[in-house]
Design a protein around this ligand. Structure first.
Ligand SMILES: [Zn+2]
Ligand SMILES: [Zn+2]
Length: 284
C-alpha cells in the first residue's frame, strides 16, 4: 500500500439489518455496517462493527498488534456482530477502544456487550479473549489522535448516536440508522447540527416511500429524506447507506438514481455506498 496523501473513507459493509448474500446483491455487497476513516500516519478510525469488520481485518498486516478506535452508533446486531469475529483482537496487547451511546435503561454499553457476547450466545466471553475491549460512553466531543469527534443523538429505536469526524480541513459524518418523522419536513436539530457542512455524509437510505408507509416506525428513512437532511445541513456529498437486505443491486441502483435526481435539485451529489468502495476526501 502506498503512502496515504489524504483522508480516505473505506466502506467494508454497507447493508442494514442483517447480512445477505446472492448474485443479485453482489455488486453492493451483503455485509452489515462497517466503515473506516484513514488519516495519514494514524490508526484508522472505525464507524460500527457489523460483519463488514472481517473485510477491514483483511486490510491489516498479519503481524500487526491492533490498537484502534470504533465510534459505535448503537448496539443493534447489524452494528456489533463483527466484533466477536475480529481476529486481530485474539492476540495479547491488542486493543479496541469503543465509544458507544449511553443506554436509555442506564446500563453501560460495555456491560451490555459483555453480557451478550458470552456463552451461550457466543462460545467465548468478550472478557476472555487475549486482546482488550475498552468501552466508553460517547461524550459530545472528544479527540482520537489528531481528529476531533462530535457525537449527537439520532432518532431511531433505542439509544443511537451519530458521529462527525474532523481531520485537518476534512470532515465526514455518519448517521447510519435514522427514524424519519411523521412530518417529512421535521428534522432533529441534533442531526442537522452534527452534519453541517461536512465533506461527506454517510446516511441511512433503507426505504422507498412506499416501503416507508408500511414500516413507519421501524427506525429508518427514505432516500428522499436522506437527501433532504444533507441539503438542510449544507452537505455536498451523500453516501446512501444501510441498504435493505431485501433490495437487490438493480433496486438499489433505481433508488440511487431517484436520490441523484432529488440531489441535483438541492445541490447534493448522491451516490450509493458499495462494499469495497474508497472515497478520498482530499489532502489532510
Ligand atoms: Zn442498523
Ligand atoms: Zn438499528
Amino acid at each position: 500500500m502506498g503512502v496515504l496523501a489524504g483522508v480516505i473513507v473505506n466502506f467494508h459493509g454497507v447493508r442494514g439489518s442483517t447480512p445477505c448474500q446472492s448474485p443479485d446483491v453482489a455488486r453492493h455487497g451483503g455485509n452489515t455496517s462497517c466503515v473506516s476513516v484513514h488519516t495519514p500516519n494514524e490508526a484508522p478510525l472505525l464507524f460500527d462493527l457489523g460483519t463488514g469488520l472481517r473485510n477491514f481485518a483483511e486490510t491489516l498486516a498479519p503481524d500487526e498488534v491492533f490498537d484502534g478506535t470504533c465510534l459505535l452508533s448503537h448496539l443493534h446486531w447489524d452494528h456489533v456482530q463483527g466484533l466477536p469475529f475480529f481476529r486481530p483482537l485474539l492476540r495479547p496487547g491488542a486493543r479496541m477502544t469503543i465509544h458507544a451511546p449511553a443506554q436509555d435503561d442506564g446500563r453501560h454499553p460495555g456491560d451490555v456487550l459483555q453480557a451478550t457476547i458470552r456463552p451461550p450466545l457466543f462460545p467465548v466471553g468478550l472478557d476472555e479473549i487475549d486482546g482488550e475491549v475498552v468501552v466508553h460512553q460517547a461524550k459530545p466531543q472528544f479527540t482520537v489522535g489528531s481528529s476531533t469527534v462530535h457525537s449527537a443523538d439520532v432518532p431511531h429505536n433505542g439509544s443511537t448516536t451519530g458521529y462527525r469526524v474532523d481531520s485537518g480541513t476534512h470532515s465526514v459524518a455518519y448517521v447510519s440508522d435514522h427514524q424519519q418523522p411523521d412530518d417529512f419536513a421535521d428534522m432533529a436539530e441534533s442531526v442537522v447540527g452534527l452534519c453541517r457542512g461536512v465533506d461527506l455524509l454517510i446516511h441511512d437510505a433503507q426505504y422507498t416511500r412506499a416501503e416507508f408507509e408500511q414500516k413507519r416506525t421501524w427506525g429508518h428513512c427514505t432516500v428522499e429524506y436522506a437527501v433532504a437532511v444533507a441539503a438542510a445541513a449544507n452537505v455536498r456529498r451523500l453516501a446512501l447507506f444501510h441498504h435493505d437486505p431485501f433490495h437487490d443491486d438493480e433496486m438499489i441502483e433505481r433508488m440511487t438514481a431517484a436520490g441523484r435526481r432529488c440531489g441535483e435539485a438541492l445541490g447534493v451529489d448522491v451516490f450509493a455506498a458499495v462494499e469495497g468502495l474508497s472515497v478520498d476526501l482530499g489532502a489532510a
